[in-house]
Design a protein around this ligand. Structure first.
Ligand code: NAP
Length: 259
């Protein structure tokens, strides 16, 4: 399927690795001119070169912490009027909510609620005037099925979900869509780190933790980042203009529900 995205521009945040990189790659494969961001300049430039080599697409970079005012300014300076915005940032740390300070709460709300809202605010009016816009927020399966030790993530991401539910209905008539992609376990550096920590806590090999996690899903495996990227590219496609304000779970069927 031709997704109708050739020569569109995309800003993909936190995309030097993992799910952000997978979204950037899938968009670049469709001929989108992509700007990727990340804090580590060396890794960011290496990923950009890798994406150019793989796709031949124009790939730009903006180094910086996307959760900071300066980081967002750098991203928007590199890609001031994106047709596509993929919001992503690292997730907050796990832990018992009793142990979190006010600063922890502010950091989580800033990273996973206020940062995507700020980037949407900076880009959406241009999308409306051009009558095309696609915004995809990478959130988490924990929005639908909260994990007890992820209070910071559950709270901030659910706030973003509520914001998107309202705003997406206000902009759909201009062919601007906003949707959320909710990852279950995907094979990224972050997941590997989580598995290593769990293996240490349970005094077992990492492979055993990966097997247990995979077993928990009807698909009996961990997700592949390219599957996530493909879902993102489709949500950004010309054909996806009628998908509005949705929360799409990619978890191999682990969340058990009829609808
Ligand atoms: P990852 O493998 O750790 O990759 C994170 C990427 O984001 C890296 O390129 C990193 O580069 C960049 N990054 C992180 N914080 C940033 C910041 N403040 N500013 C700019 N760039 C930043 O993570 P992932 O697995 O792809 O996860 C992406 C998101 O999905 C996270 O919010 C995570 O919580 C959520 N999620 C993931 C899974 C999963 O199974 N993978 C499941 C549920 C939810 P630098 O470090 O160089 O900045």
């Amino acid at each position: 399927m031709n997704l109708g995205l050739k020569s569109r521009s995309a800003l993909v945040c936190a995309a030097s690795a993992g799910l952000g990189r997978a979204c950037a790659l899938a968009l670049a494969q469709e001929g989108v001119e992509v700007t990727i961001t990340g804090r580590n300049q060396k890794r960011l430039e290496a990923t950009a070169q890798e994406l150019r080599d793989l796709t031949g697409a124009k790939i730009s970079t903006a180094v910086g912490d996307i959760t900071s005012v300066e980081g967002r300014a750098a991203a928007l300076s590199a890609c001031p009027s994106p047709d596509i915005l993929v919001n992503n940032a690292g997730g907050p740390p796990p832990g018992d909510f009793r142990t979190f300070s006010d600063a922890d709460w502010h950091a989580a709300l800033n990273a996973n609620l206020l940062t995507p809202i700020a980037l949407i605010k900076a880009t959406i009016d241009g999308m409306i005037s051009r009558k095309f816009g696609r915004i995809v927020n990478i959130t988490s399966g924990s929005v639908k099925s909260p994990l007890g030790n992820l209070a910071l993530s559950n709270t901030a991401r659910t706030g973003l979900t509520g914001f998107v539910a309202g705003l997406s209905r206000q902009v759909a008539e201009y062919n601007v869509t906003i949707n959320n992609l909710l990852p279950g376990p995907f094979d990224t550096d972050r997941l590997r780190k989580t598995m290593e920590d769990a293996a240490r806590d349970n005094d077992c090999p990492v492979e055993e933790m990966v097997r247990v996690r995979a077993e928990a899903s009807p698909a009996k495996r961990i997700g592949r980042p390219e599957e996530f990227g493909a879902a993102c590219a489709f949500l950004c496609s010309a054909q996806a203009g009628f998908i509005v304000g949705q929360n799409i779970l990619l978890d191999g069927g682990a969340f058990n529900s009829t609808m």
